[in-house]
Design a protein around this ligand. Structure first.
Ligand code: RIB
Ligand code: CA
Length: 314
């Protein structure tokens, strides 16, 4: 089936991810509300081999191994890789026993594959990035001809209100600040969905179990099991947890759920204290501003969230 034929319905998009617990929830909602043309994986929450295998396994559980998955960059552009097994587990996606099977790696690198895909399209399409921006930066640096084929890039990353890895930096921008700065200055239309809004939209284990716990769908069982692992350090079933990456899908599909500010941004690249900080450029600059989500309508977001999961068959 050609990519154009896959545009039978819905809003087409490519997902660049580092699954990753919250990436999986983003993928689950995307399957309900987007025409997912492909998934590319990047090193971040765990190694690129693990994020690749996790993406393949999750799509398999959803019965969607028709969606191509390609493995991307194994390390940030400059800095050594920092992962987060303490949150996501030793596999990058602990908590659910995926069937053990040989996962064959697609032979085309994610960046090359994405470049060829985008340039073959007759219409522009969006990319939703929920991990470090290494693949996306490599795409824009190595294949600038893709830019007219991109309607926009929606990024889960950054923060104007303090970090979650250091006091200044959000994880995705911390892992690859050079890539993040390149993407923020690329001139492609960017939506930045940072901690400023993702911290406002949290879910509890009690809600997840109430909504999905009685489903007979294996995908629902997987999500419940993964969330129990993700929430393992807080026995209180009503403890709130952010599902950061889901908000990038929501921002791509329903930007009216958010309040946006147009801000020229840079990302601190080398400073050992402020590495990864997303900072507003105060002085005159020729850098094109990015759209930064500064508020979210939490009630309408969760109506959208549970509906998107329902549409994905859960
Ligand atoms: O800071 C949150 C981001 O870092 C999310 O994308 C999460 O998956 C981790 O990659
Ligand atoms: Ca992620």
């Amino acid at each position: 089936m050609s990519t154009d034929e896959m545009w039978a319905g819905g809003h087409p998009a490519y997902l660049d991810m580092d699954p990753g617990q919250d990436d999986v929830w983003a993928l689950a909602t995307a399957l309900g509300v987007l025409q997912v043309l492909g998934v590319t994986t990047v090193a971040g929450n765990h190694t690129v081999d693990n994020t690749y295998r996790n993406a393949v396994n999750v799509l398999d559980v959803f019965g969607r191994n028709d969606i191509p998955v390609h493995r991307g960059c194994a390390a940030p552009l400059w800095h050594p890789l920092v992962t987060a097994p303490e949150i996501h587990g030793q596999t990058g996606l602990d908590g659910y026993a995926f069937p053990t099977r040989e996962v064959t790696v697609a032979d085309v690198h994610a960046v090359e594959w994405l470049a060829s895909q985008l340039c073959s399209l007759s219409r522009s399409v969006s990319v939703i990035a929920t991990g470090p921006l290494t693949n996306v930066a490599a795409l824009l640096i190595g294949h600038p001809s893709v830019k007219p084929h991109l309607s926009g890039i929606t990024v889960m990353g950054g923060s104007l209100s303090g970090g979650n890895v250091t006091p200044h930096a959000e994880f995705n921008f911390y892992v690859d600040p050079d890539a993040a700065d390149w993407v923020m200055g690329s001139g492609v239309p960017i939506k930045m969905v940072g901690l400023d809004v993702t911290r406002q939209a949290t879910v509890t284990r009690a809600e997840v179990e109430e909504r999905l716990g009685s489903s007979s769908r294996e995908a629902a069982r997987m999500l419940v099991a993964l969330f129990r692992f993700y929430a393992r350090r807080h026995p209180d079933p009503h403890h709130p947890f952010p599902l950061h990456d889901v908000l990038a899908v929501a921002a791509d599909v329903k930007p009216d759920l958010f309040e946006w500010r147009s801000i020229p941004l840079t990302v601190v690249r080398c400073d050992p204290v402020r590495r990864g900080q997303s900072a507003m450029i105060e002085e005159a600059t020729d850098r094109q501003p990015v759209d930064v989500a500064v508020q979210i309508d939490v009630l309408r977001f969760f109506d959208w969230f549970w509906e998107a999961l329902r549409l994905s068959g859960l």
